[in-house]
Design a protein around this ligand. Structure first.
Ligand code: G3P
Ligand code: CA
Length: 243
């Protein structure tokens, strides 16, 4: 079975990583969603990809880490979706967990500025634990030290190892990392048949990001990937899916 993730929710239909974007993805029948987490100045987990909000609101120049949750909740992130979603703000992780049923697989990506977000791993696991949501979650990061911390404090949490650049034999790197890696999340630009074969032979699931073109998606499925991260509802949606 191929399992596709709605990347930052349904970001072509609503502001990315917000409750409306996740609700849209759920309405498309997505079985899995991906979201990014960061810490505020007062150490609250907010769901956002960028370290600043200027892409969504030119009047918000500060970094997330330099703002309190209260300040962040005053910033409109509707961006290009202004007409329909004016007033939308970044959700906390708690708010996202509230709307996600247990059956929905969550890939939570820890944003990777470890010096800025020191301690984020413990706060994340505590939050999931409080929501009784330590199951049906994959935690991923480009920061493999963050993944190590996650595994130390939550040994049974599935770990997704993200790779942006090409490296030699990432499946061997994963094997020798000292981590129990569940899945390898490579950039789709270099994911070819041999890459998928080697990762799978080493026992890893393979979820490339971000795959929006249907033809390319079908090619990757033919290579044997276990799923992809996608912005395209035709790929991540079951209701709208061509599969
Ligand atoms: O987790 C897959 C993908 O989201 C990683 O890249 O930059 O979109 O967070 P990015
Ligand atoms: Ca991400």
């Amino acid at each position: 079975m191929v399992l596709n993730f709605a990347h930052r929710g349904s970001l072509t239909e609503a502001p990315e990583n917000t409750l409306p974007a996740f609700q849209k993805a759920i309405a498309h029948g997505a079985e899995a969603i991906e979201l990014d987490v960061q810490l505020t100045k007062d150490r609250q987990l907010v769901v956002c990809h960028d370290h600043k909000l200027t892409r969504f609101n030119k009047n918000a120049p500060k970094r997330i880490i330099d703002m309190s949750l209260e300040e962040i909740k005053g910033i409109d992130v509707s961006g290009s979706f202004k007409e329909e979603y004016m007033g939308t703000t970044l959700p906390t992780l708690d708010e996202v967990l509230e709307i996600c049923q247990d059956e929905l697989l969550l890939n939570i990506e820890i944003k990777n500025i470890p010096v800025l977000y020191e301690g984020i791993e413990d706060i994340l696991i505590r939050c999931l634990s409080e929501y009784n949501r330590l199951h049906n979650v994959i935690i991923s990061s480009f920061d493999h030290m963050a993944l190590k911390r996650i595994q130390d404090i939550a040994p049974s949490m599935p770990i997704g190892m993200l790779f942006y650049y090409r490296i030699l034999q990432p499946w061997k790197y994963a094997e020798h990392s000292g981590l129990e890696v569940a899945s390898i999340h490579p950039n789709q630009v270099y994911t070819d048949r041999e890459f998928v074969k080697q990762c799978k032979a080493s026992g890893y699931k393979v979820y490339p990001y971000t795959v929006n073109d249907l033809k390319h998606y079908e090619e990757l499925v033919d290579f044997g990937v276990d799923g992809v991260f996608s912005n395209n509802p035709e790929i991540f949606g079951k209701v709208t899916s061509l599969k």
